[in-house]
Design a protein around this ligand. Structure first.
Ligand code: RB5
Length: 153
């Protein structure tokens, strides 16, 4: 499985730790984030991760900024992306099981590295349940489709 990772300056070390952790576990990781501590703009990296996942270049994405919020907002603007900020493992797991999230976000200034690893583990090992949850995810995606149609009209 290939995972696209993106981050801004606030999350360089966290990205590097999680990237190494995932590689140790056998995942292929695409590093789309910055490796510099110089201030930069998180929307660029949220978009990069979103595009890698939406295009199929990566199977899933992990995007990290200071809080996880800005980068998740950016990733969610890429059609087909369902990104969620999760600061603990329960939400991460349920975001896969119920919401079929394809991008996980968290904040390097919010969670520590060990908690982040647990969040990532729960997210990656959970599976989408489908059924009534599929109907609801379809409803979310229909909003995106409707908005796109309205813009083209
Ligand atoms: C950068 O200072 C910070 O705003 C960013 O990492 C993130 O937390 C935004 O949501």
């Amino acid at each position: 499985m290939k995972i696209a990772m993106g981050n801004d300056h606030a999350a360089v070390e966290m990205k590097q730790e999680i990237m190494a952790y995932l590689r140790e576990k056998g995942y292929e990781v695409l590093n789309l984030g910055t490796d510099s501590s110089e201030s930069c703009d998180y929307p660029l990296y949220g978009e990069k991760v979103g595009q890698a996942v939406a295009s199929g270049e990566a199977d899933l994405g992990i995007a990290i900024c200071g809080t996880g919020i800005g980068i998740s907002l950016a990733a969610n603007k890429v059609p087909g992306i369902r990104a969620a900020v999760c600061s603990e493992p329960y939400s991460a797991k349920l975001s896969r099981m119920h919401n079929d999230t394809n991008v996980l976000c968290f904040g390097a200034r919010v969670v520590g590295t060990e908690l982040a690893k647990m969040i990532v583990d729960e997210w990656l090992s959970a599976e989408f349940l489908g059924g009534r949850h599929q109907r609801r995810v379809d409803m979310i995606m229909a909003i995106e489709k409707e908005a796109k149609g309205a813009m083209e009209r």
